[in-house]
Design a protein around this ligand. Structure first.
Ligand code: SF4
Length: 322
């Protein structure tokens, strides 16, 4: 396993952003972590990279416990993990040229001499589909899609084992989103890094992720192989997310029953008792308000869900409430 997270908790004062979450990412695997805003998914990414300190739980990178490593001891491991942010503009220093931005990790980790940096940057820019002359440009001279390619080049130049991609395409125009997603897919296959891909949009990870984990109010409510999640979403929340995702086929789109969830995600300061999803679930019944469902896999297939109504022979259907 490249990444192992056990019972991760991150509270910001009274806010229980992540509240007991476990997941694993294998060598060369892409895990899509999906949830609405406020689900805690970005906090998971920030804890993994130790950009924020976990409250409790354990994080292992390639077998090594990094949960409480000091900054100094963490520094060499920063070569192995990198983040791609949502907004490429605010994450690139506007006063630096693209060569300085992409080459900086090489110099910081003494992975190349000053003489070598130019060549390494040029090769990396080519890999992400940018022309060599981009090296001398500044971030404001590039389009949003080009800037996100620069962000990718910077994240990948040290050959990390793990890339955390936090909504890497959601700030881009729809027309460029697909090309950047295809690029990430190609780079991942080519370079073989593992990836935690964080997104609010299930359709974004359909072709990219090997597995998907769906988050709601700081916990995972369902996880499994991507094809399985799309073929048989087991948790009512996943069913609702899927019903809202656009489908390219207009016939399928018309046939589909949309599940409209009432209200917003409740406050993570005081999550609902019982099943955290019960205030919005069309199938909620008495037990849901008091008994918290465990993440279990009665139907098998490495596809657990946290819902009382998932049993060995039955999957609930949130589109047909009783
Ligand atoms: Fe809905 Fe109850 Fe299942 Fe929670 S446990 S998802 S409230 S049916």
């Amino acid at each position: 396993m490249i990444l192992q997270i056990d019972d991760l908790v991150k509270h910001y004062g009274p806010v229980r952003a992540v509240d007991g979450l476990s997941l694993e990412i294998g060598q060369g695997e892409v895990l899509g972590l999906v949830g609405e805003s406020g689900s805690g998914k970005s906090t998971v990414g920030r804890c993994v990279l130790r950009l924020t300190e976990p409250t409790s739980g354990a994080i292992r990178l390639d077998g090594r416990d990094i949960t409480h490593l000091s900054r100094r001891r963490l520094r060499p491991l920063r070569r192995d993990m990198h983040i791609v942010f949502q907004d490429p503009y605010s994450s690139l220093n506007p006063r630096f040229t693209i060569e300085q931005i992409v080459g900086e990790p090489l110099l910081r980790h003494q992975a190349a001499t000053r003489l070598e940096v130019g060549g390494r940057v040029a090769a990396m820019l080519e890999k992400v589909g940018l022309r060599p002359e981009t090296r001398g440009r500044f971030p404001h001279e590039l389009s949003g899609g080009q800037r996100q390619r620069v962000g990718l080049a910077r994240a990948l130049i040290l050959g990390p084992k793990l890339v955390v991609a936090d909504e890497p395409v959601s700030a881009l125009d729809v027309s460029v989103q697909a090309s950047v997603l295809n690029l990430i897919n190609d780079l991942q296959r080519d370079l073989g890094f593992s990836c935690l891909f964080i997104t609010h949009d299930l359709s974004v990870v359909e072709f990219l992720a090997d597995r998907i984990a769906v988050m709601y109010l700081g916990r995972i409510v369902e996880s499994g192989p991507t094809a399985e999640i799309f073929a048989e979403p087991r948790h009512p929340y996943t069913q609702a997310l899927l019903s809202a995702a656009p489908v390219p086929d207009p016939v399928r789109q018309r046939r589909r029953r949309r599940i409209v969830l009432g209200g917003d995600v409740p406050s993570p300061v005081d999550p609902p008792a019982g099943c955290r999803f019960h205030t919005r679930c069309p199938l909620a019944y008495d037990a849901c308000r008091t008994v918290e469902p465990e993440l279990t896999d009665p139907r098998g297939g490495g596809h657990p869900a946290a819902c009382h109504l998932v049993t060995a022979d039955r999957v609930p259907d949130a589109a047909s409430p009783r």
